[in-house]
Design a binder for this molecule. Structure first.
Ligand code: AHG
Ligand code: MN
Ligand code: MN
Length: 342
């Protein structure tokens, strides 16, 4: 049975990209072609996620990534699927990933393009064994200059991204992306194997009564975030004079997707425990914070570390971590105010 309603008109990802480029006066651009390859990789990962235990992809890999985090089998498989789908496209100059210490160079015998892709191949991977939502996050930049690609080519501020997106593997598989001209969401129609435009021009409402944070770390929080959450919890009787709701998916893709759909604020702040461990945050700037910040800003929201706009930061390393506060502008502004007052 078809996923689409009989006789209704659809726009596939390919048609959407082609019409955008035609309107801009060009034919298919390298970015269009790369996004179609990214979509293919997402479909391959979605198929594995959908089959779960039947595909033999659940469970731990028994290894650690460069950041000392336990890897799931699917972290590694998803990384391999993306590399395999992209490295010979002739569009890329290199791929950086959460699961690889240094960037992956394009094989010598393959043609090389001038785009760089940084990715979190499987975000929220601790959800995979419990059939919870996971995702892939990606950020695309241009590289300049001649010679071999180096890690340093990736160390560009988020404002240099030419495209950012994620694929959400949940009850439906969705690809959500921006090329700097708003945010559009596509749902995978498994019956025809195509991503179909389903959520055009996604917008985050400026006001919200929903926040998202791992409250198990409350005792480690610094004052600005502790104060913000305390005031939300106080509800109608507190200074905010309204009740709030809390949601935490355990996957940034799941949480940010909810915020793109109905508003809210997502927080993974700096805390005393991270500081004591010598970390500058939990989430990684290049392939988690920056692409999500671009999507959130393009949908009318805001993204800050508490003291700086995320996309204005110049990264100092591929796996640099940053505090993340993003979503509905009124709440992010309030958090920034509380940081300024502290
Ligand atoms: P990843 O699975 O790619 O390492 O990312 C997990 C991230 C993010 O998706 C999520 O919001 C957060 O880590 C959850 O962290 P806690 O387990 O500390 O709540
Ligand atoms: Mn992640
Ligand atoms: Mn990951």
């Amino acid at each position: 049975m078809s996923g689409a309603q009989a006789g209704s008109s659809i726009t596939t990802l390919g048609q959407y990209l082609a019409s955008k480029s035609l309107m801009a006066g060009s034919g298919q651009t390298p970015l269009d072609a790369l996004l179609l390859d990214v979509a293919t990789a997402c479909k391959r990962v979605a198929d594995l996620v959908r089959h779960g235990e039947l595909a033999g992809v659940l469970g731990a890999a028994g290894s650690e990534n460069v950041q000392g985090e336990d890897q799931k089998k699917l972290d590694i498989i998803a990384n391999d699927v993306f590399i395999d789908s992209l490295e010979r496209s002739g569009l890329l100059a290199g791929v950086a990933s959460e699961e690889m210490d240094a960037h992956h160079p394009i094989p010598d015998e393959a043609p090389r393009g001038d785009l760089l892709l940084a990715m979190d191949p499987l975000d929220g991977s601790s959800n995979i064994d419990v059939n919870g939502s996971t995702g892939t996050i990606f950020s695309i930049m241009r590289r300049s200059g001649a010679g071999a690609t180096r890690d340093e080519h990736f160390l560009q501020p988020g404002d240099s991204q030419v495209c950012a997106g994620y694929c959400l593997y949940s009850s439906a598989t969705m690809l959500v992306l921006t090329t700097g001209d708003g945010v559009d969401g596509f749902t995978l129609d498994n019956s025809i194997g195509e991503f179909v435009l389903s959520h055009p021009k996604m917008q985050i409402p400026a006001a919200t009564s929903e926040y998202s944070i791992n409250a198990a770390y409350q005792r480690h929080w610094f004052n600005p975030v502790a104060r913000y959450v305390e005031e939300c919890v106080a509800g109608k009787e507190g200074p905010r004079q309204r009740d709030f709701n809390m949601r935490w998916a355990g996957s940034m893709v799941g949480d940010v997707h909810r915020i793109l759909c109905r508003g809210g604020v997502f927080m993974y702040p700096m805390d005393r425990k991270l500081e004591a461990a010598g970390n500058s945050g939990k989430l990684r700037l290049l392939y988690e914070a920056n692409p999500m910040a671009m999507l959130v800003e393009q949908a009318g929201g805001a993204a800050s570390t508490g003291t700086e706009r995320i996309m204005a930061l110049t990264p100092n390393a591929l796996h640099q971590r940053v505090p993340v506060l993003m979503g509905s502008t009124e709440e992010v502004q309030l958090l920034v105010e509380y940081h300024a007052q502290a």
